[in-house]
Ligand binder design. Sequence first.
Ligand code: NDP
Length: 328
Amino acid sequence: MKDRFKAVMVRKDADKQTVEDVEIGLNDLMDGDVVVAVSHSTVNYKDGLVLTGRAPVVRKFPMIAGIDLAGTVETSSHPQFKPGDKVILNGYGLSETHFGGYAEYARVKGDWLVPLPQAFTPAEAMAIGTAGYTAMLCVLALEDAGVTPDKGSIVVTGAAGGVGSVAISLLAKLGYQVTASTGRTEEEGYLKGLGATEIIPRTELSGDPRPLAKERWAGGVDSVGSKTLANVIASLRYGGAVAACGLAAGMDLPTSVAPFILRNVSLLGVDSVQMPKPRRLQAWERLARDLDVSKLAAITQTIPLSGVRKVADDILAGRVRGRLVVQI
Ligand code: NDP
Protein backbone atom coordinates (compact mmCIF):
# COMPACT_ATOMS: atom_id res chain seq x y z
CA MET A 1 0.00 0.00 0.00
CA LYS A 2 1.25 3.48 -0.80
CA ASP A 3 1.93 5.90 2.09
CA ARG A 4 0.68 8.87 0.10
CA PHE A 5 -1.83 8.77 -2.73
CA LYS A 6 -3.87 10.96 -5.06
CA ALA A 7 -7.42 12.15 -4.43
CA VAL A 8 -9.81 14.80 -5.74
CA MET A 9 -10.95 16.87 -2.76
CA VAL A 10 -13.89 19.28 -2.59
CA ARG A 11 -13.52 22.07 -0.01
CA LYS A 12 -15.76 24.90 1.09
CA ASP A 13 -14.33 28.07 2.62
CA ALA A 14 -16.56 31.03 3.38
CA ASP A 15 -19.30 29.75 1.05
CA LYS A 16 -16.84 29.34 -1.85
CA GLN A 17 -16.34 25.80 -3.12
CA THR A 18 -13.02 24.65 -4.57
CA VAL A 19 -11.93 21.32 -6.03
CA GLU A 20 -8.27 20.32 -5.78
CA ASP A 21 -6.04 17.39 -6.72
CA VAL A 22 -4.40 16.50 -3.38
CA GLU A 23 -2.09 13.89 -1.87
CA ILE A 24 -3.30 12.26 1.32
CA GLY A 25 -2.47 9.27 3.53
CA LEU A 26 -4.57 6.37 4.83
CA ASN A 27 -4.92 8.17 8.18
CA ASP A 28 -6.81 10.93 6.40
CA LEU A 29 -9.55 8.54 5.24
CA MET A 30 -12.85 8.17 7.06
CA ASP A 31 -13.80 5.23 9.30
CA GLY A 32 -14.71 1.86 7.89
CA ASP A 33 -13.81 -1.81 8.17
CA VAL A 34 -12.54 -2.36 4.61
CA VAL A 35 -9.78 -0.56 2.69
CA VAL A 36 -10.21 -0.82 -1.08
CA ALA A 37 -7.47 -0.08 -3.64
CA VAL A 38 -9.62 1.77 -6.16
CA SER A 39 -8.90 0.96 -9.80
CA HIS A 40 -11.85 2.69 -11.49
CA SER A 41 -14.57 5.23 -10.81
CA THR A 42 -16.98 7.11 -13.06
CA VAL A 43 -18.42 10.54 -13.80
CA ASN A 44 -22.21 10.64 -13.39
CA TYR A 45 -24.55 13.63 -13.60
CA LYS A 46 -24.44 13.79 -9.80
CA ASP A 47 -20.62 13.94 -9.90
CA GLY A 48 -21.02 16.93 -12.21
CA LEU A 49 -23.20 18.59 -9.57
CA VAL A 50 -20.57 17.86 -6.89
CA LEU A 51 -17.58 19.06 -8.94
CA THR A 52 -19.26 22.30 -10.03
CA GLY A 53 -21.03 22.93 -6.72
CA ARG A 54 -24.22 23.58 -8.72
CA ALA A 55 -26.38 21.67 -6.22
CA PRO A 56 -25.76 21.03 -2.52
CA VAL A 57 -24.95 17.31 -2.84
CA VAL A 58 -21.91 17.35 -0.53
CA ARG A 59 -23.01 17.51 3.07
CA LYS A 60 -19.61 17.28 4.83
CA PHE A 61 -16.47 19.22 3.86
CA PRO A 62 -13.75 18.53 2.94
CA MET A 63 -15.03 15.66 0.79
CA ILE A 64 -13.41 13.28 -1.69
CA ALA A 65 -15.70 13.28 -4.74
CA GLY A 66 -16.85 10.26 -6.79
CA ILE A 67 -20.14 8.42 -6.17
CA ASP A 68 -18.86 5.11 -7.62
CA LEU A 69 -15.85 2.89 -7.12
CA ALA A 70 -14.49 -0.47 -8.17
CA GLY A 71 -11.33 -2.08 -6.89
CA THR A 72 -9.62 -4.74 -4.83
CA VAL A 73 -9.83 -5.21 -1.05
CA GLU A 74 -6.48 -4.39 0.60
CA THR A 75 -7.40 -4.94 4.26
CA SER A 76 -10.63 -6.03 5.89
CA SER A 77 -12.04 -6.77 9.31
CA HIS A 78 -15.47 -7.44 7.75
CA PRO A 79 -16.44 -11.13 7.80
CA GLN A 80 -17.59 -11.17 4.16
CA PHE A 81 -14.50 -9.61 2.56
CA LYS A 82 -10.83 -10.53 2.47
CA PRO A 83 -7.74 -9.03 0.79
CA GLY A 84 -7.80 -9.66 -2.96
CA ASP A 85 -11.60 -9.66 -3.30
CA LYS A 86 -12.87 -7.56 -6.19
CA VAL A 87 -15.67 -5.21 -5.13
CA ILE A 88 -17.90 -2.39 -6.34
CA LEU A 89 -19.67 0.34 -4.45
CA ASN A 90 -22.09 3.13 -5.23
CA GLY A 91 -24.42 5.30 -3.23
CA TYR A 92 -24.60 5.04 0.56
CA GLY A 93 -23.55 8.67 0.83
CA LEU A 94 -20.26 8.35 -1.13
CA SER A 95 -19.21 11.89 -2.02
CA GLU A 96 -22.04 13.26 0.16
CA THR A 97 -21.20 12.26 3.73
CA HIS A 98 -18.43 9.67 3.14
CA PHE A 99 -15.24 10.00 1.06
CA GLY A 100 -15.88 8.78 -2.48
CA GLY A 101 -14.17 7.01 -5.34
CA TYR A 102 -11.89 9.71 -6.76
CA ALA A 103 -8.88 8.47 -4.76
CA GLU A 104 -6.42 5.61 -5.00
CA TYR A 105 -7.75 4.15 -1.75
CA ALA A 106 -11.11 4.22 0.00
CA ARG A 107 -11.95 3.09 3.54
CA VAL A 108 -15.62 2.11 3.65
CA LYS A 109 -18.13 -0.07 5.46
CA GLY A 110 -18.03 -3.66 4.22
CA ASP A 111 -21.82 -3.74 4.50
CA TRP A 112 -21.96 -1.28 1.60
CA LEU A 113 -19.82 -3.37 -0.75
CA VAL A 114 -21.14 -5.58 -3.54
CA PRO A 115 -18.87 -8.38 -4.84
CA LEU A 116 -17.83 -7.67 -8.44
CA PRO A 117 -20.02 -9.92 -10.61
CA GLN A 118 -17.87 -12.48 -12.45
CA ALA A 119 -19.35 -11.34 -15.74
CA PHE A 120 -17.58 -7.95 -15.50
CA THR A 121 -14.09 -6.55 -15.17
CA PRO A 122 -13.81 -3.58 -12.75
CA ALA A 123 -13.68 -1.26 -15.81
CA GLU A 124 -16.87 -2.79 -17.24
CA ALA A 125 -18.63 -2.56 -13.87
CA MET A 126 -17.81 1.13 -13.81
CA ALA A 127 -18.90 1.55 -17.44
CA ILE A 128 -22.24 0.49 -15.96
CA GLY A 129 -21.71 2.39 -12.68
CA THR A 130 -24.41 4.25 -10.79
CA ALA A 131 -26.17 5.28 -14.00
CA GLY A 132 -26.36 1.74 -15.39
CA TYR A 133 -27.29 0.16 -12.09
CA THR A 134 -30.06 2.77 -11.77
CA ALA A 135 -31.23 1.93 -15.30
CA MET A 136 -31.49 -1.70 -14.14
CA LEU A 137 -33.46 -0.61 -11.05
CA CYS A 138 -35.86 1.21 -13.40
CA VAL A 139 -36.30 -1.91 -15.55
CA LEU A 140 -36.94 -4.01 -12.42
CA ALA A 141 -39.55 -1.46 -11.30
CA LEU A 142 -41.31 -1.69 -14.69
CA GLU A 143 -41.28 -5.49 -14.51
CA ASP A 144 -42.73 -5.40 -10.99
CA ALA A 145 -45.49 -3.13 -12.34
CA GLY A 146 -46.36 -5.76 -14.94
CA VAL A 147 -44.93 -3.95 -17.97
CA THR A 148 -43.95 -6.79 -20.30
CA PRO A 149 -42.78 -6.52 -23.94
CA ASP A 150 -46.18 -7.63 -25.28
CA LYS A 151 -47.89 -4.63 -23.61
CA GLY A 152 -46.28 -2.11 -25.98
CA SER A 153 -43.15 -0.04 -26.44
CA ILE A 154 -41.12 1.83 -23.81
CA VAL A 155 -39.93 5.43 -24.05
CA VAL A 156 -36.48 6.25 -22.66
CA THR A 157 -35.82 9.96 -22.08
CA GLY A 158 -32.34 11.46 -21.82
CA ALA A 159 -31.58 8.60 -24.17
CA ALA A 160 -27.97 9.41 -25.07
CA GLY A 161 -26.96 9.95 -21.42
CA GLY A 162 -25.67 7.32 -19.00
CA VAL A 163 -28.97 6.05 -17.55
CA GLY A 164 -30.62 6.31 -20.96
CA SER A 165 -27.92 4.43 -22.90
CA VAL A 166 -27.85 1.49 -20.49
CA ALA A 167 -31.66 1.43 -20.21
CA ILE A 168 -31.99 1.15 -24.01
CA SER A 169 -29.45 -1.68 -24.17
CA LEU A 170 -31.17 -3.60 -21.37
CA LEU A 171 -34.72 -3.12 -22.65
CA ALA A 172 -33.78 -4.07 -26.21
CA LYS A 173 -32.05 -7.27 -25.04
CA LEU A 174 -35.16 -8.12 -22.98
CA GLY A 175 -37.31 -7.89 -26.10
CA TYR A 176 -38.96 -4.49 -25.66
CA GLN A 177 -39.48 -2.04 -28.53
CA VAL A 178 -37.74 1.15 -27.40
CA THR A 179 -38.42 4.78 -28.35
CA ALA A 180 -35.39 6.95 -27.57
CA SER A 181 -36.15 10.60 -26.77
CA THR A 182 -33.05 12.73 -27.24
CA GLY A 183 -31.85 16.28 -27.73
CA ARG A 184 -29.16 14.83 -29.97
CA THR A 185 -30.99 13.32 -32.92
CA GLU A 186 -27.61 13.21 -34.69
CA GLU A 187 -26.93 10.28 -32.34
CA GLU A 188 -29.53 8.18 -34.15
CA GLY A 189 -26.88 5.66 -35.29
CA TYR A 190 -25.55 5.30 -31.73
CA LEU A 191 -29.04 4.89 -30.23
CA LYS A 192 -30.18 2.39 -32.87
CA GLY A 193 -26.92 0.49 -32.33
CA LEU A 194 -27.91 0.13 -28.65
CA GLY A 195 -31.27 -1.27 -29.72
CA ALA A 196 -33.66 1.69 -30.00
CA THR A 197 -36.33 1.11 -32.65
CA GLU A 198 -37.57 4.72 -32.88
CA ILE A 199 -35.86 8.06 -32.22
CA ILE A 200 -37.85 11.18 -31.30
CA PRO A 201 -36.52 14.68 -30.65
CA ARG A 202 -36.74 15.68 -26.99
CA THR A 203 -38.84 18.71 -28.00
CA GLU A 204 -41.73 16.30 -28.66
CA LEU A 205 -41.92 15.80 -24.89
CA SER A 206 -40.71 19.12 -23.50
CA GLY A 207 -43.71 21.36 -24.26
CA ASP A 208 -46.47 22.28 -21.82
CA PRO A 209 -48.15 19.00 -20.88
CA ARG A 210 -51.86 18.35 -21.37
CA PRO A 211 -53.63 16.26 -18.72
CA LEU A 212 -54.06 13.44 -21.24
CA ALA A 213 -52.35 12.88 -24.58
CA LYS A 214 -52.53 10.12 -27.19
CA GLU A 215 -51.76 6.72 -25.62
CA ARG A 216 -48.32 5.84 -26.98
CA TRP A 217 -46.19 3.82 -24.58
CA ALA A 218 -46.70 0.92 -22.18
CA GLY A 219 -43.83 2.18 -20.07
CA GLY A 220 -41.06 4.69 -19.64
CA VAL A 221 -37.64 5.19 -18.09
CA ASP A 222 -37.26 8.88 -17.33
CA SER A 223 -34.04 10.56 -16.22
CA VAL A 224 -35.20 14.06 -17.22
CA GLY A 225 -38.14 14.98 -14.94
CA SER A 226 -40.14 18.22 -15.24
CA LYS A 227 -42.43 18.68 -18.29
CA THR A 228 -40.84 15.70 -20.03
CA LEU A 229 -41.93 13.31 -17.30
CA ALA A 230 -45.38 14.95 -17.20
CA ASN A 231 -45.73 14.40 -20.96
CA VAL A 232 -44.64 10.78 -20.63
CA ILE A 233 -47.23 10.20 -17.88
CA ALA A 234 -49.92 11.77 -20.08
CA SER A 235 -48.89 9.53 -23.01
CA LEU A 236 -48.86 6.18 -21.21
CA ARG A 237 -51.26 3.51 -22.38
CA TYR A 238 -53.97 2.32 -20.03
CA GLY A 239 -52.31 0.51 -17.09
CA GLY A 240 -48.81 1.66 -18.08
CA ALA A 241 -45.99 2.78 -15.77
CA VAL A 242 -42.98 5.07 -15.86
CA ALA A 243 -39.91 4.69 -13.67
CA ALA A 244 -38.64 8.15 -12.69
CA CYS A 245 -35.05 8.47 -11.52
CA GLY A 246 -33.71 11.83 -12.69
CA LEU A 247 -34.01 15.57 -12.96
CA ALA A 248 -31.80 16.57 -15.90
CA ALA A 249 -34.46 19.11 -16.99
CA GLY A 250 -35.66 20.06 -13.51
CA MET A 251 -37.13 18.97 -10.20
CA ASP A 252 -40.69 20.09 -10.92
CA LEU A 253 -43.45 17.82 -12.16
CA PRO A 254 -46.35 19.77 -13.72
CA THR A 255 -48.82 16.92 -14.08
CA SER A 256 -52.42 16.23 -13.08
CA VAL A 257 -54.26 13.29 -11.55
CA ALA A 258 -56.02 12.58 -14.87
CA PRO A 259 -53.70 9.83 -16.18
CA PHE A 260 -53.68 8.15 -12.76
CA ILE A 261 -57.44 8.09 -12.22
CA LEU A 262 -58.57 7.69 -15.83
CA ARG A 263 -55.84 5.45 -17.27
CA ASN A 264 -54.71 3.58 -14.18
CA VAL A 265 -51.07 4.48 -14.84
CA SER A 266 -48.29 4.35 -12.23
CA LEU A 267 -45.38 6.62 -11.42
CA LEU A 268 -42.57 4.51 -9.99
CA GLY A 269 -39.93 6.37 -7.97
CA VAL A 270 -36.40 4.96 -8.21
CA ASP A 271 -33.59 5.80 -5.79
CA SER A 272 -30.22 4.09 -6.09
CA VAL A 273 -28.43 5.61 -3.08
CA GLN A 274 -30.20 3.99 -0.14
CA MET A 275 -31.49 0.97 -2.04
CA PRO A 276 -31.36 -2.03 0.33
CA LYS A 277 -28.67 -4.64 -0.34
CA PRO A 278 -30.90 -7.49 -1.59
CA ARG A 279 -32.26 -5.30 -4.43
CA ARG A 280 -28.72 -4.10 -5.25
CA LEU A 281 -27.51 -7.67 -5.54
CA GLN A 282 -30.55 -8.53 -7.67
CA ALA A 283 -29.85 -5.55 -9.94
CA TRP A 284 -26.20 -6.56 -10.45
CA GLU A 285 -27.19 -10.19 -11.07
CA ARG A 286 -29.66 -9.05 -13.69
CA LEU A 287 -27.07 -6.71 -15.27
CA ALA A 288 -24.71 -9.69 -15.54
CA ARG A 289 -27.47 -11.66 -17.26
CA ASP A 290 -29.31 -9.08 -19.32
CA LEU A 291 -26.73 -6.52 -20.45
CA ASP A 292 -24.92 -7.15 -23.69
CA VAL A 293 -21.33 -6.49 -22.53
CA SER A 294 -20.23 -5.93 -26.13
CA LYS A 295 -22.40 -2.75 -26.12
CA LEU A 296 -20.41 -1.25 -23.22
CA ALA A 297 -17.46 -0.32 -25.43
CA ALA A 298 -19.71 1.83 -27.63
CA ILE A 299 -21.20 3.52 -24.57
CA THR A 300 -17.93 4.26 -22.75
CA GLN A 301 -15.08 6.77 -22.82
CA THR A 302 -12.20 6.44 -20.33
CA ILE A 303 -10.52 9.45 -18.72
CA PRO A 304 -7.77 9.83 -16.09
CA LEU A 305 -8.45 10.98 -12.52
CA SER A 306 -6.91 14.33 -13.39
CA GLY A 307 -9.60 14.79 -16.09
CA VAL A 308 -12.75 14.67 -13.98
CA ARG A 309 -13.03 18.41 -13.39
CA LYS A 310 -12.79 19.15 -17.12
CA VAL A 311 -15.91 17.07 -17.91
CA ALA A 312 -18.11 18.30 -15.05
CA ASP A 313 -19.76 21.11 -17.05
CA ASP A 314 -20.11 18.85 -20.10
CA ILE A 315 -22.12 16.20 -18.27
CA LEU A 316 -24.46 18.80 -16.75
CA ALA A 317 -24.99 20.34 -20.19
CA GLY A 318 -25.88 16.93 -21.68
CA ARG A 319 -22.76 16.92 -23.87
CA VAL A 320 -21.43 13.57 -22.66
CA ARG A 321 -22.57 10.56 -24.67
CA GLY A 322 -23.05 7.38 -22.64
CA ARG A 323 -20.70 6.76 -19.75
CA LEU A 324 -17.40 8.16 -18.54
CA VAL A 325 -15.09 5.72 -16.74
CA VAL A 326 -12.29 7.16 -14.61
CA GLN A 327 -9.08 5.15 -14.57
CA ILE A 328 -7.60 5.68 -11.12
P1 NDP B 1 -26.25 12.14 -18.15
O1 NDP B 1 -25.82 13.55 -18.17
O2 NDP B 1 -25.32 11.10 -18.63
O3 NDP B 1 -27.62 11.99 -18.96
C1 NDP B 1 -28.66 12.90 -18.86
C2 NDP B 1 -29.27 13.09 -20.23
O4 NDP B 1 -30.47 13.86 -20.10
C3 NDP B 1 -28.40 13.89 -21.19
O5 NDP B 1 -27.44 13.10 -21.82
C4 NDP B 1 -29.45 14.40 -22.16
O6 NDP B 1 -29.78 13.33 -23.05
C5 NDP B 1 -30.64 14.65 -21.25
N1 NDP B 1 -30.75 16.05 -20.83
C6 NDP B 1 -29.79 16.82 -20.28
N2 NDP B 1 -30.25 18.06 -20.02
C7 NDP B 1 -31.54 18.07 -20.43
C8 NDP B 1 -32.56 19.05 -20.44
N3 NDP B 1 -32.34 20.28 -19.98
N4 NDP B 1 -33.77 18.72 -20.94
C9 NDP B 1 -34.02 17.47 -21.40
N5 NDP B 1 -33.07 16.49 -21.42
C10 NDP B 1 -31.86 16.79 -20.93
O7 NDP B 1 -26.69 11.83 -16.64
P2 NDP B 1 -26.93 10.42 -15.92
O8 NDP B 1 -27.44 9.46 -16.92
O9 NDP B 1 -25.76 10.10 -15.08
O10 NDP B 1 -28.11 10.83 -14.93
C11 NDP B 1 -29.38 11.21 -15.47
C12 NDP B 1 -30.28 11.74 -14.38
O11 NDP B 1 -30.61 10.67 -13.49
C13 NDP B 1 -29.66 12.84 -13.53
O12 NDP B 1 -30.65 13.78 -13.18
C14 NDP B 1 -29.19 12.10 -12.29
O13 NDP B 1 -29.11 12.93 -11.17
C15 NDP B 1 -30.27 11.05 -12.16
N6 NDP B 1 -29.85 9.85 -11.44
C16 NDP B 1 -30.58 9.50 -10.35
C17 NDP B 1 -30.27 8.37 -9.64
C18 NDP B 1 -31.15 7.97 -8.51
O14 NDP B 1 -30.68 7.27 -7.60
N7 NDP B 1 -32.41 8.34 -8.52
C19 NDP B 1 -29.08 7.58 -9.97
C20 NDP B 1 -28.43 7.98 -11.21
C21 NDP B 1 -28.80 9.10 -11.90
P3 NDP B 1 -30.09 13.60 -24.60
O15 NDP B 1 -28.97 14.40 -25.14
O16 NDP B 1 -30.21 12.24 -25.19
O17 NDP B 1 -31.40 14.37 -24.66
